[in-house]
Design a protein around this ligand. Structure first.
Ligand SMILES: Cc1ncc(COP(=O)(O)O)c(C=O)c1O
Length: 397
């Protein structure tokens, strides 16, 4: 995307050196091609995009409309509207029996805004952040943008694709500043064991570092109750969002819960980078906690579970190896070695020849990426069924 040969000489001269390390989403090229094929009249079984396809919950949409009609959409306090911060704090009490003061809740432009503020607040040039490989692709780029060094630690089925205290200990260096955990994880949908998370926290503390826990897929767990890291400590950066459970991806609204002593520096940075989060999205998000909205979101969560329960055995019967049952988010990370040794090419072949769109492992890191693909399943069962039939035909199963 930013390769020098495609840019004019005047532009290349001004490109920051960090840009060499910022990669595009490889899957975007594939998504664009899928759209092109659809425009040509081909139907595509789309299991690639990481968002639910349901409309915004009615009460949230109505609150947004009311906000526009009031004619008063302005800057808000940089840390967010007090009422929304209170509702988020109350959510921790309801869901996890954890009491946090409003002062620690910071409303952001999606969890992306929260991750950027966290890295900007914590990292000096050269500081390392440990994270799982495979993992959410943007994490390494948030770190690099702040002149830090992302360290991807290879993880596999033996640890449910999550970091462990031993792995953190083994990879800690004098330059390590922080550890980032995401549970449930993108792309694997796996959860970290709560006890292991506590051991990681103890290890990080013993080294004088900071633990960041991305809880963006909380609310979307199937069977196991999701447990917040705030249940056992208050010196952790918690990242969360209205994008996934609350189904508000395009509203660009999320939050973080920061340790008390970091609020003032985070606030300074938020004022400068964003002035404030979107007033419109904040006013709408207040309705996200209404009991009727939560009831609807719980129904949607149950539907995701049914979709996972449909897709998982089908993929296994097609020869995809999925050693750890994903218990959250809406992804299945599958080993495709029985079908290919090059998952990137495999995804392209599937799109062009079978009309199935899935994401190649390459987008999520380096570790065994050519052997893996990610299926995203927040789709109706007929769509998933169609995808499975196409795969079956293409793979000759
Ligand atoms: C693990 C993880 N963290 C953060 C994000 C960013 O989401 P948003 O900025 O929409 O809250 C995503 C999006 O897919 C994700 O999967």
């Amino acid at each position: 995307m930013n390769s020098p040969e495609k840019l004019s000489p005047a532009l290349t001269r001004h490109l920051a050196s960090r840009m060499d390390d910022i990669e595009p989403f490889h899957v975007v090229v594939l998504i664009n091609r899928a759209k092109e094929l659809e425009a040509q009249g081909r139907s595509i079984a789309n299991m690639v995009v990481g968002e639910p396809d349901a409309p915004t919950a009615p009460l949230i949409a109505a609150a947004g409309i009311r906000a526009i009609e009031s004619g008063r959409i302005s800057y808000t306090a940089s840390l967010g509207i007090a009422e929304l911060r209170d509702r988020i704090a109350a959510w921790y009490d309801t869901r996890y029996a954890v009491k946090i003061p409003r002062s620690r809740v910071i409303v952001t432009a999606g969890s992306s805004g929260a991750l950027l503020l966290t890295m900007g607040t914590l990292l000096s040039p050269g500081d390392q952040v440990l994270m799982a490989d495979p993992g959410y692709p943007c994490n390494r780029h948030f770190v690099r943008t702040m002149e830090g060094e992302p360290i991807g630690i290879p993880v596999g089925a033996d640890t449910a694709y999550q970091l462990t205290a031993n792995l953190v200990e083994k990879h800690w260096s004098p330059k390590t500043a922080a550890v980032l955990i995401a549970s449930p994880s993108n792309p694997t949908g796996t959860l970290i064991d709560h006890g292991e998370l506590q051991r990681i926290h103890a290890t990080v503390k013993a080294h004088g570092g900071v633990l960041i826990v991305d809880e963006i897929y909380h609310g979307l767990t199937y069977g196991k109750r999701d447990r917040s890291a705030l249940e056992f400590a208050d010196d952790i950066f918690i990242i969360n969002s209205f994008s996934k459970y609350f189904g508000m991806t395009g509203w660009r609204i999320g939050w973080m819960v920061a340790p008390e002593q970091y609020i003032e520096p985070v606030d300074k940075l938020a004022q400068n980078l964003f002035i404030s989060p979107s007033d419109l999205a904040q006013q709408a998000a207040i309705a996200a906690f209404h009991p009727d909205t939560v009831a609807l979101l719980e129904q949607r969560r149950d539907a995701f579970r049914a979709q996972r329960d449909f897709l998982l055995p089908q993929l296994r019967s097609l020869g995809f190896d999925i050693p750890v049952t994903p218990e959250g988010a809406f992804y299945i990370y599958a080993n495709c070695e029985r079908h290919t040794s090059d998952s990137y090419q495999f995804c392209w072949d599937l799109l062009e020849k079978a009309g199935v769109a899935i994401a190649p492992g390459l987008d999520f890191g380096d570790h065994r990426a050519p052997q893996h693909v990610r299926f995203s399943y927040p789709k109706s069962i007929p769509v998933l069924q169609d995808g499975v039939e196409r795969l079956r035909k293409y793979l000759g199963k």
